[in-house]
Structure formats: C-alpha cells, structure tokens
Design a protein around this ligand. Sequence first.
Ligand code: DOR
Length: 439
Amino acid sequence: MATFDLILRNGTCVLPWGQEVADVGVRNGKIAAIGDLRGADAAELVDCSHLHVLPGLIDAHVHLRDPGDATVETIPTGTKAAILGGITGVFDMPNTAPSITTREKIDWKRDYVRDNTYCDIGFYVGAARSNIAELGELEAEKNVCAIKVFAGSSTGDLMIEDDESLERVMRSGRRRIAYHSEDEYRLQARKPMFTKGMPHANHAEWRDVECALLGTRRLMALARETGRPAHILHVSTAEELDYLKDFRDVATVEVLVNHLTQWGPDAYERLGGYAVMNPPIRDKRHYEAAWAAVADGTVDVIGSDHAPHSRANKEKPWPDCSAGLTGVQTIVPMMLTQVNAGRLSLSRLADLMAAGPARVYGAVGKGRLAAGYDADFTLVDMKKSRTIEESWIVSPCGWTPFAGETCTAWPVGTIVRGHIVMRDDEVIGGPKGAPINFA
Ligand code: DOR
C-alpha cells in the first residue's frame, strides 16, 4: 500500500491544466501523487470534499518592515498575517530601516528568518547609488528574488532616478529587475502645485498618469537598449497597461489588489489617508483598464504591496500622511470574492498568484500544483461568506483599508511544504517557513 505523510482528500484541485476532483498525496514536503488515492495510507488526512485546493498562493510584493518599527510590522507578524490569509510565500521588499542593500544584510536576513517566518519567503535586494557595482553579485545571492529599484521616491531612502544610473543598474547583471516606476523629476516639479491639508484625492493629481507613464517609457527604452528584463510593479494607469503590451519581450507586469477593488474619488472620501499609496488609487477608467488587462493576459502577477504604517502617520493631513496600505492578510479573500463576482476564474487567480510569481522571479519548486513541486496549498471555501474586521488583522499597525468588506469566499487552510500551518483561522504551531530558492 502506498503511504504518504499527508493526503488532501477529494478536493477540487486547481491544476495547471484545469480543475479536477482528486486526492493529493504529500511526501517529504513535496507533491508525490495526484489522482485517486483511496487505496493509500497517510499519517495525516484532510477532507477537502467541499473545498478548492489551490497551489500555494504567493504575495510577491510585501513590505514587512524588518528591521524597522516593530510596532508597525515584523517578519513574524507579517508572515503570520500571510498564512491566516491563505498565503504560503511572500517576497519581501528591501526598503527597511536600514535597507537590505549588502551581502551582510542578506546573510543577516536569511539567518533571522530561519526561526521567525510562518510562510516561505524570498528577499528583494535594494538598488542604491552605493551598491550599483555589486548588484550583479547581490542578485546571485541565495534566496534573492530580484533587485528592486525605486525609480521614483516612496517610503524609505532607496532611489535611483536618472537614466545614466538606471542604465548602469541594468548593465550590472542578468536577472529580471523589479521597478517602482514613477518619474521622480515630474513628481518633484509638480509638488509646489499642492499645499498642506488639501483633500487626499489630490494624491492622484500630484502623482498623475503622466508621471507613471513617463517613468515606464524611460525604463522600457533602457530595458530594450540593454536587453535587461524588467518587471513593472503596481502598474496603475490604463495608458501604461496599453503601452506595455508592446514590450512583452522585456517586460512583465504586476497589478495590485487595491487597484482592482478601489477607485477615486470614492476611496479617498471613505478612507482619507487610509487610501493613500504610491502609485495612487485612480479613477474608474484605470480600474476598468486593470480588469481588462487581467482578462487579456497583460498582467502576470497580482500582489498586495502590503505596506504597514502607524495609524498616527496615516492620519496626518495630506500630503504628510504616509503612503502605503496593508494587504497580505486580505488579498486572498478579496480576490476570491472577485472570482465569485465573475471578474476572473479561479484558474486565472492561481496563474496570477502562484504560477505568475514563480515564472517572473524564477522561484524553484513553487507555483504549480503538480508532482515533484513543493507541497504548498491554499485551501479555500468558495461558499464561506465573512466580513473583514480590523480585530482579525494581526499586523501590529492594526488596520486594513478593507475593513467592513464582505467577502463571499474565504481561505480556510494554508499548507507550507506539507506542514498544515493554518486551519479555520487558527495558526498551528510555530514558524515553519523557510527561505525560497530562485533559479
Ligand atoms: O505606497 C507605497 N508604500 N508604495 C511604495 O512603493 C512603498 C510602500 C511603503 O513601503 O510604504
């Protein structure tokens, strides 16, 4: 009789080739079999009869603030939030305090996460003026998912805004680079047009469409010239989504859950500073364009850009309020609700949050519900309705821009390399996550 460590029994499995009701057998942290395993034995059995079994969903864009301000977020709290929300892996941004820009800091982080991460984790390395010459070596470090370039200013002190330096960054190595694309010169030039205390909706006027498009145009010109692949993070405008269709040879595209579920001026009127992020939430035309780009395949990855800040900093008047919104705990229920609303299929969601991140960043053994891959699963109940409440949020900052949203589906289990780490809202055991390897 075949024996497994774990069998997921009778779930509707979201396989790369379609949905099938099947059993999934796990051995030594890997998917060992998919099919009819009624004759097999297992140490642990999970009845998935009324559930969908998705490949472990990845949030490829989180800011866990570690090292930094532990009253806002840490790697243990942010990854606990992740597993409670059905996420099995996160890629963590480098704009911490201090930033992750050297081999020593990457080594520190790898060491630190060993006993402190609840889900698997990859590390971005930040591009800074001081480390351009070393970026080729830094991107080859174990567990680094990509170089992150802030080509426009946001939270933290990482920024490389001029073409000459950006070209040097692109010529430094080979792997795909992830960009925050807003044109810093236009951003600074427009700043004096706005005064303190103006309505929050001005955030999208200051950081306007041209600011984003100009930034992306400049990056695409340089990417073509140098042949260096680019991943444009949080694309927020109809214009860029249209433009990027002609750059599939060098560019992949991320869109955020926020830009797919919120729009201005409504979000600013309801949420004030809790709607302020970079690049901004824009009007409905861009929201519709984001969905069209999900539908036609322009979008490769959906992320949350989970970016915690203290309530005090979010509640300062615009433009002094911090930019960034929490989301790692809420992205899965919010996106599942969009599936039930008919905006995308469950298979497309798995493509955008599992296969997509694995392909774009080259995550080894991730993103695919198939034999031999890591036994990472997100178990979801497509009929479980639940309202997001701030009391559920485990990030110490304690807030979500999605409070009060009623979701029509919910993640009810998170499995990381065969370990059941969350079941029905309960975290099971201590941190069992590990650093992710990249090709
Ligand atoms: O709104 C944002 N917040 N956008 C970013 O690019 C950075 C992030 C943060 O770290 O706060």
